[in-house]
Design a protein around this ligand. Structure first.
Ligand SMILES: NC(=O)C1=CN([C@@H]2O[C@H](COP(=O)(O)OP(=O)(O)OC[C@H]3O[C@@H](n4cnc5c(N)ncnc54)[C@H](OP(=O)(O)O)[C@@H]3O)[C@@H](O)[C@H]2O)C=CC1
Ligand SMILES: Nc1nc(=O)c2c([nH]1)NC[C@@H]1CN(c3ccc(C(=O)N[C@@H](CCC(=O)O)C(=O)O)cc3)C=[N+]21
Length: 279
């Protein structure tokens, strides 16, 4: 039976720390405002956007929402971003992904000022991460590092296998684990012998977006398993990329879905907002 890594509890601790920090900044006359832009009304995106606004209210940061219709043009969205970039009262800008198909995601990410890039998706933020300079780090991978550290998992010298190589999860995750001195393997959809590679992992991080794809036989006895995937079924029940019931019999520690990585993403977004306030 694995120990459960309680992301809900750990994220609450982090938000409590940030709340105190924001109170101190406010005492010095420093205010924080996060601009959250959502284009269209995808229900899953609305849930996340609401969670982000709630977290802002809790730690004492203002949030300004921009709910734009699905038909918004790329030019209109870029004009709003330019306005927010120039507005000194805004510290952080977040455009909820995915954006509608007629808008180019890369163009939008590149338009956000790196100084306000609290998602850590801008090429300048990613470049800083690659060469170990300070900058905003993508919230989900940063949250996973916090989960591991606060669960007393040793990373140094361990074999870490990351399945998934997206720009927002897999790739930055690999760079952060490398920074912590893990031996890192990145697997993806072209990887041969995925199961054998996973069986070699002391720390196994799964971000593939395939419901319950990773079964118990992928997991080494005693491994630490981090499940990034989120899938919602017809009955609103959530599941991850890992078959939890099987995995928890092999793992020493494991993150549940919900209540694992998800809440940490929000906590680290708040951490980046506080960082932006200090800039
Ligand atoms: N909890 C949280 O806060 C967050 C959760 N998520 C969730 O995490 C999951 C992944 O998200 P994201 O990184 O954005 O996903 P993407 O779809 O952008 O990337 C998926 C990655 O997984 C790889 N992959 C897909 N199928 C397989 C397979 N069968 N075997 C090996 N590799 C495979 C792909 O490989 P290739 O590159 O070769 O195509 C790709 O690199 C989703 O379920 C998403 O909802 C995402 C962000 C935050
Ligand atoms: N610009 C941008 N930044 C993001 O950080 C971003 C994004 N776009 N698009 C989508 C993904 C996904 N994501 C999640 C955030 C919180 C939970 C979360 O709070 N999850 C809860 C459950 C919430 C629920 O009930 O659905 C949990 O796992 O316990 C999950 C996923 C941020 N993302």
């Amino acid at each position: 039976m694995a120990k459960i890594i309680d992301g809900k509890k750990i994220s609450a601790e982090i938000k409590e720390e940030l709340k105190n920090e924001v109170a101190q900044l406010k005492a010095q006359g420093i205010e924080g405002t996060l601009a959250v832009i959502q284009v269209g009304n995808d229900p899953a995106s609305s849930v996340y956007v609401n969670n982000k606004k709630k977290a802002c209210a809790y730690i004492g940061i203002n949030s300004e929402s921009f709910e734009l219709p699905e038909e918004t043009t790329q030019e209109e969205l870029l004009a709003l971003i330019a306005k927010l970039n120039a507005d000194d009262s805004i510290n952080g800008i977040l455009v909820q992904l995915p954006v509608p198909k007629h808008i180019d995601e890369k163009t939008i990410i590149n338009a956000i000022s790196p100084k306000k890039d609290v998602d850590g998706f801008h090429p300048e933020s990613v470049g800083s991460l690659v060469i170990g300079q300070p900058g905003f780090v993508s919230c989900t991978p940063a949250g996973i590092i916090e989960l591991l550290k606060r669960s007393n998992v040793t990373i140094d010298g361990k074999n870490c296998v990351i399945v998934g190589r997206s720009n927002i999860v897999g790739k930055p995750m690999a760079l952060l684990m490398l920074r912590e001195n893990a031996t890192v393997t990145i697997a993806h959809s072209h990887t041969k012998n995925l199961k054998e590679i996973c069986q070699n992992a002391d720390i196994l991080i799964i971000a593939i977006g395939k419901r319950e794809f990773i079964t118990g036989d992928y997991i080494k006895e005693g491994a630490v398993v981090i499940d990034v995937g989120i899938h919602r079924d017809e009955n609103n029940k959530l599941a991850g990329d890992v078959k939890y019931d099987e995995a928890e019999k092999k793992a020493s520690q494991i993150t549940p879905v919900p209540g694992g990585v998800g809440p940490m993403t929000i906590a680290m977004l708040m951490n980046n907002c506080v960082k932006a306030m200090k800039k």
